[in-house]
Design a protein. Structure first.
Length: 400
């Protein structure tokens, strides 16, 4: 019984790490002396390389490329390159028809987005650019994306993460809840991290300075290359910052069936990165204590719904068998829910249609049960780290 209590206590401590990191960030901001703000932006407009890795993306690639063509930024300062990675459809043909450069990669034994990006970076003139942006083929950029990124210039030594939104946020309860989570992360939590000098997790639309690439290379190869790059940069003391004004939107899986493989892949990839980088992060001489705490918190944190389900599952045996310290452990577990609940409430209040979003959360109990099953699937994927394609549907994004 004592061992059982210790295990649940350890679980509570792990789940509480994000809250502790946020409290430390708020304390750092409260006592930070003036004069630490970044200097004025560069007057010279940066040059961007927009990389679009694509594997059989003929359905969504045209909408993606159309959004890139709508960017309100000097065309002479933007180069778009599509990486047609082991495609069996019309992806390359559509890219060429859109008038953009297309690199055709044929390596069936070495498929994967990070491998495709590494292959492309090795043959492109990176010194011609200030930064490159990884644009997933199922995403679309807002028209002012490049302008907002350019406002953070000089970019060569920076890694910036845009606001990852949901393009089909009004499709159903699943996509509506995903949009609230995006606001909670990119509009709130990651903004706090950036202001406190912490790294933000990376994802679609990440903007990487070319001197950062020259210094650290593109060595990520895992199932979740964005989490691996985030961990690698944190270990090496390089910053990654949020730029919430620059927005990119992706199509969220609208059914539980489509979500299973996607959530399983994300969770498995994140856990694999945690196991690989927890030790190096703790031993790092370049990361501060706050960055180490926050990095471990991000890599070990389940999504908010899985977090909720985990807490409820852990409290149930505490109430039934009353092991030593049951009341204290249960209280600690419940306390871990305060942070995601607070962020969700603020995100709902900022939502343009809050009552519609609130009604979507009526589906939460059913989703939580499913999410537990998806978590189990993710554990099974740890041994067989295989990329599984998420089902695609025609784009519903309109020009913004």
């Amino acid at each position: 019984m004592i061992v059982f209590s210790l295990l649940l206590g350890l679980l509570a401590v792990v789940l509480l790490l994000p809250t502790l990191s946020d409290l430390l960030s708020l304390a750092r901001l409260a006592i930070r002396k003036p004069g630490n703000e970044p200097g004025p932006p560069s007057a010279e407009r940066p040059r961007f390389l927009l990389l679009v890795p694509a594997h059989d993306e003929e359905l969504l690639l045209p909408a993606c490329l159309a959004s890139l063509a709508r960017l309100r930024y000097p065309p002479s300062l933007i180069t778009v390159v599509v990486i047609a990675d082991n495609c069996t459809d019309r992806t390359a043909e559509l890219a060429q028809a859109a008038g953009v450069q297309c690199l055709i990669r044929t390596a069936p034994a070495d498929r994967g987005k990070p491998q495709a990006i590494a292959w492309a970076l090795a043959q492109l003139p990176m010194t011609d650019y200030d930064a490159f942006v990884i644009v997933d083929a199922d995403t679309e950029l807002d028209a002012d994306f490049a302008a907002h990124a350019a406002a953070r210039a000089p970019l060569a030594d920076k890694v910036l993460q845009p606001f990852n939104g949901v393009s089909n946020d009004r499709e159903n309860a699943l996509t509506r809840m995903a949009a609230v989570l995006s606001e909670a992360n990119h509009g709130l939590a990651y903004v706090l991290k950036t202001r406190a000098g912490l790294n933000v997790p990376l994802g679609a639309g990440m903007c990487v300075g070319t001197r950062v690439l020259a210094t650290h290379g593109w060595t990520v190869r895992s199932l979740s290359e964005d989490w691996e790059l985030y961990a690698l940069l944190t270990v090496r003391g390089a910053r990654s910052e949020e730029m919430p004004a620059a927005r990119i939107r992706a199509q969220e899986a609208a059914t539980l069936r489509d979500s299973t493989a996607q959530r399983g892949r994300w969770t498995a990839g994140k856990l694999a990165v945690l196991f690989q980088y927890a030790g190096p992060l703790l031993r790092s001489t370049r990361a501060t204590f706050a960055q180490k705490l926050d990095g471990l918190a991000e890599l070990s944190a389940p999504g908010p719904v899985l977090h909720l389900a985990t807490v409820l599952l852990a409290i149930a045996p505490l109430a039934l068998i009353h092991p030593p310290g049951a009341v204290w452990i249960a209280g600690l577990l419940l306390a871990t829910l305060l942070r995601p609940a607070l962020y969700a409430c603020i995100a709902l209040a900022r939502d343009p249609a809050p009552w519609t979003a609130i009604r979507a959360f009526a589906f939460l109990p059913f989703y939580a049960i499913w999410r537990i099953g998806a978590g189990v699937v993710a554990l099974g994927m740890l041994r067989k780290a295989k990329w599984v394609r998420t089902a695609r549907r025609p784009s519903s994004i309109t020009a913004r």
